[in-house]
Design a protein around this ligand. Structure first.
Ligand SMILES: Nc1nc2c(ncn2[C@@H]2O[C@H](COP(=O)(O)OP(=O)(O)OP(=O)(O)O)[C@@H](O)[C@H]2O)c(=O)[nH]1
Ligand SMILES: [Mg+2]
Length: 159
């Protein structure tokens, strides 16, 4: 399941890994989208969840039973880091999600003023998460930077 604040790039991510192409034509997600993504002989079922405040209470439901949670952050929008940290830790505190591996993507690293990983880790308090495996990559859906690593990470955890 892919979660994160609105406009962080979740739908762009699913579109890029699904089609191999960047598109500017994404619209804010209402509720969720579902897409199957093939990577070699692994098929990954991806739930792309809406990030606007009114949908955030649904994240836990969609994350229930998944092999991994992907949390997307707009790394160029530092003003939203506090809200992102709050929503992430709120989600991870759900007992049903204990132990589920977490992948945090610092997206939009094509933008000049983006925060590097070493800034995102403390801002989101990823170093305080001790009940599950956590990975964090800087990436860009637009330039497709690091998406090969991300896709490998996901296919390694898909059952
Ligand atoms: N520059 C840049 N823009 C991006 C990148 N990824 C996404 N965007 C843009 O960010 C905006 C929001 O992208 P979405 O993929 O719709 O974001 P979302 O997280 O799915 O938003 P919600 O569905 O509302 O939760 C769009 O205008 C995208 O084109 C990126 O890597 N670089
Ligand atoms: Mg979306």
């Amino acid at each position: 399941a892919v979660v994160g604040l609105q406009a962080s790039g979740k739908t762009s991510f699913v579109y890029v890994i699904g089609s191999g192409q960047w598109s500017e034509d994404v619209v804010p997600t209402v509720a969720y989208n579902f897409r199957k993504v093939r990577k070699g002989n692994v098929t990954i079922n991806v739930w792309d969840i809406a990030g606007q405040p009114k949908f955030r209470s649904t994240w836990e439901r969609y994350c229930n039973g998944v092999d991994a949670i992907v949390f997307v952050v707009d790394s160029s929008d530092r003003e939203k880091f506090n809200a992102a940290r709050f929503e992430l830790h709120q989600l991870l505190s759900q007992p049903s999600l204990t132990g589920v591996p977490l992948l945090v993507l610092g997206n939009k690293n094509d933008l000049e003023d983006h925060a590097p990983i070493k800034e995102i880790i403390p801002a989101l308090q990823l170093d305080k998460i001790s009940d599950r495996p956590v990975s964090c990559y800087s990436c860009s859906m637009k330039s497709q930077h690091n998406l090969d690593i991300v896709l490998n990470w996901l296919s390694d955890r898909s059952h």
